[in-house]
Design a protein around this ligand. Structure first.
Ligand code: IMP
Length: 504
């Protein structure tokens, strides 16, 4: 007969944290959210840690190179989606590794025979007023001049006037060599009272632009996640089919960590993939695996050598797996069960394997609950899809701005490898995800700051200054359905009827 669990599986909404003693030392400014990303031995430091416990989902509609840079700037990590060609995924990884904060590749360039009308059109399209002029009109052509708003007056000039006749020519430009550091570039900007400094190579070809404002921004990110060469760190998704080709390309491109992206991780396909990586790279390539929802699944992947393990089946906002297949587990119960198994494994072997709560985070406080229940970090899709930095279109739906967000198991993404169970059959036979809109929410930076302010505040209520301390000290209680009603505004006539939206 089938095994029947004694307890129902539960979701985050069914739990509350009960405050503990907080001393006067326990204030949000002193909270550290640093957390391990990959396995480590007792007494040693993990090779990679996150500065904040947030990673972005391995999804087309969430994690591209732009998202990866924005999140690494705040101290988290993106996993670039794997449901694309090996070449384009590797190119995105490379773009993150090549990105240098403050060094801009010019996306809006002119040729000398273009006209003022072209300048105005480009300004309208890109919103930039600084445009380099190069011999071939590309971002890497020979630098011939620059056009800024100070070089023309629309009211006094014909729109047919040639760029060559009103640009600031090369001989009047202050430039610097391509390998100039940001600090030196900024000094030059200040000394010459510039707004923009072009960096050029030895043949006078344009390499980057440095703008005064970007240097200031750079200094504001003390938590940014950098590798030993001061490049942003980035993860990448892989699958259990083409790893022999995909993994080398991603490693070559500079991916800092990989993760097998699958709806079901308790499988021989995952252990084969990890073994292949260990055989070819030893421990020098780090790889997470998943998803699992119980202790057995955790132990299987821990013994297979996974560097971290993702937990969650069926709880994602765009997920219809539970409806389609009737499998999954309430996210809170899954985390509690797997965290217990992780701690037992640590006691037995002295190896700590971090776990990640993946999917189903709706409110900011769900992050705190996931951490208190034992997660080391959380993976979010819908949350990040709402921001400027996500790869999808911002659209106006009935007067409200929304961003598109679709599941990897939807017909739109067609990521059949994520749902693959082996055999010769390739392709998505039925959908496990939907195509949707989520409310547009602005910049990643502002939203992450607001979310983490809540997490830190709650941690202080529990008397915890670090995530390990939270796990140790947190007291959780189940809530009854009537106490859930008590938890919202009730028995008052609210003035503002706007639905209560946190990060939803
Ligand atoms: P969210 O943060 O609740 O939106 O959940 C994101 C997570 O849902 C991802 O990290 C995946 O684990 C999972 N996921 C992504 N696409 C699909 C899908 O099409 N069906 C089911 N789960 C999905």
């Amino acid at each position: 007969m089938a095994y029947i669990f004694d307890e129902p599986s539960r979701t985050f909404n069914e739990y509350l944290l009960v405050p503990g003693y907080s001393s006067s030392e326990c204030i949000p400014e002193r909270v550290s959210l640093k957390t391990p990303l990959v396995r480590y031995r007792k007494g040693e430091e993990p090779e990679i840690s996150l500065s904040i416990p947030m990673v972005s989902a391995i999804m087309q509609s969430v994690s591209d190179d732009k998202m990866a840079v924005a999140l690494a700037t705040e101290g988290g990590m993106s996993f670039i989606f794997g449901s694309q060609s090996i070449e384009s995924q590797a190119a995105m990884v490379r773009a993150v590794k090549d990105y240098k904060a403050g060094f801009v590749k010019s996306d809006c360039n002119l040729k000398p025979d273009m006209t003022l009308a072209d300048v105005l059109e480009l300004k309208e399209e890109y919103g930039h007023s600084t445009m380099p002029v190069t011999d071939d009109g590309t971002a890497t052509g020979k630098l011939l001049g620059i056009v800024t708003g100070r070089d023309y007056r629309v009211s006094r000039m014909e729109t047919t006037e040639k760029v060559a006749d009103f640009m600031t020519p090369r001989e009047h430009l202050v430039t610097a060599p391509a390998d100039t550091s940001l600090k030196i570039a900024n000094d030059i900007i200040w000394d010459h009272k510039l707004n923009c400094l072009p960096l050029v190579d030895e043949d006078d070809h344009l390499v980057n632009l440095v703008f005064r404002k970007d240097y200031d921004t750079h200094k504001e990110n003390p938590l940014e996640l950098l590798d030993d060469h001061k490049r942003y760190m980035v993860g990448a998704g892989i699958n259990t089919r083409d790893y022999a080709e995909r993994v080398p390309a991603l490693v070559e491109a500079g991916a800092d960590v990989l993760c097998i992206d699958s709806s079901e991780g308790y499988s021989e396909w995952q252990s084969r993939t990890i073994s292949w990586i260990r055989d070819h790279y030893g421990d020098s390539v780090r790889v997470g695996a998943g998803n699992v929802v119980d202790a057995e699944g955790f132990r299987f992947l821990a013994e297979a050598g996974a560097d971290f393990i993702k937990v969650g089946i069926g709880g994602g906002s765009i997920c219809i797996t539970r409806e389609q297949k009737g499998i999954g587990r309430g996210q809170a119960t899954a985390i509690i069960d797997v965290a217990r198994a992780r701690d037992e494994y640590f006691d037995e072997t002295g190896i700590y394997v971090p776990i990640c709560s993946d999917g189903g985070i709706v409110y900011d406080h769900h992050i705190t609950l996931a951490l208190a229940m034992g997660s080391d970090f959380v993976m979010l899709g819908r949350y990040f899809a709402r921001f400027d930095e996500s790869p999808t279109n911002k659209v106006n739906v009935n007067g409200t701005y929304m961003k598109e967000y679709w599941g990897e198991g939807s017909a739109r993404a067609r990521n059949w490898q994520r749902y693959d169970l082996g055999g010769s059959k390739k392709g998505l036979t039925f959908e496990e995800g939907v195509d949707s809109y989520v409310p547009y929410a602005g910049s990643l930076k502002d939203n992450v700051a607001a979310t983490l302010a809540k997490v830190k505040s709650t941690m202080c209520n529990c008397g915890a200054l670090t995530i390990p301390e939270l796990k140790e000290k947190a007291k959780l209680t189940l809530v009854s359905s009537t106490s859930i009603v008590e938890g919202g505004a009730h028995d008052v006539l609210q003035k503002d009827k706007t639905p209560y939206v946190t990060n939803a």
